[in-house]
Design a protein. Structure first.
Length: 270
């Protein structure tokens, strides 16, 4: 199989210089994934322009591509994916928060949120969550950029087949490697030695091909040190998404289950 360009994206719905969108760019060949570059974007506009460049690439993006069907049907929103995303993108964030909060407030304790079918096997937060992490806002900011760039969204929307975008989740791969240990925190007071060691352990496992993806990560010494030295974990998360994209690139139908719900989307590898 010829080498394939792959990317992994750690996304922020409100990027800044301190908390940018991070893109890991790499080359997948056989069972090896070589990290070529890390790109940081402190505006959504800058990241959106980068996405419009010609491919080819297969990318893993760390934000949800859909909403829980239970929520969508309860609200009477469109159940066709593109119409739903356009409806959602047209809402302001306060309206999203208030609508989702009202949905939760009307439900019993322990069942406040609706979930997507992929959340269980992936161990991911529901895409209607607006805080800790604000994935509802990440969907709101991220999917319109993909639509504007005209990329291909398998199972959701046909686009440029040279640029394939898949929903990824770095926590899925990180938990496989270190369990529930924390490896990152944006708060300087919580950037502990234990989290530093956890990042080292994740990278060691990736470089030694100790995951079910059967892929070995190749890094330069400088890249290795930079990933460990980032206490936010953003660069490491982009690399985890990169590996998920590389795995998907070698699978039939991008590793997505047949007939997954197009309202909800699916996390690759879940």
């Amino acid at each position: 199989m010829s080498p394939r360009e792959v990317i992994g994206v750690d996304f922020s719905s409100r990027p800044t210089r301190r908390k940018p969108v991070v893109v890991a760019q790499g080359l997948a060949a056989g069972s090896t994934v070589k990290l070529q570059a890390l790109h940081c974007f402190d505006t959504l506009e800058g990241f959106g322009q980068w996405l419009k460049q010609p491919g080819p690439w297969v990318g893993g993006f760390d934000f949800p591509f859909g909403l829980p069907r239970e929520l969508v049907e309860h609200l009477g929103w469109p159940t066709q994916w593109l119409a739903l995303m356009r409806h959602y993108a047209a809402l302001e964030r306060p309206a999203i928060r208030d609508t989702f909060a009202a949905f939760c407030n009307a439900r019993p304790v322990g069942h406040k949120f609706a979930h997507r079918a992929t959340d269980g096997p992936a161990g991911s937060s529901t895409s209607m969550k607006w805080v800790n992490p604000p994935v509802a806002y990440m969907l709101h900011a991220g999917v319109p950029l993909l639509l504007d760039a005209g990329v291909d969204l398998p199972g959701l929307l046909d686009g440029d087949k040279a640029r394939v975008a898949l929903e990824a989740y770095p926590g899925l791969l990180a938990r496989e490697l270190i369990g529930r240990r924390s490896y990152k925190n944006d708060d300087a007071a919580k950037q502990t030695a234990e989290r530093l060691i956890a990042r080292k352990d994740i990278l060691a496992a990736l470089e030694l091909d100790r995951t079910r993806l059967n892929l070995r990560l190749k890094l330069t010494p400088a890249q290795h040190d930079a990933l460990i030295a980032d206490p936010s974990g953003d660069r490491l998360d982009a690399v985890l998404c990169l590996l998920q994209a590389a795995w998907a690139a070698g699978q039939a139908h991008w590793g997505l289950p047949a007939g997954f719900d197009p309202v909800e989307g699916w996390i690759v590898g879940a």
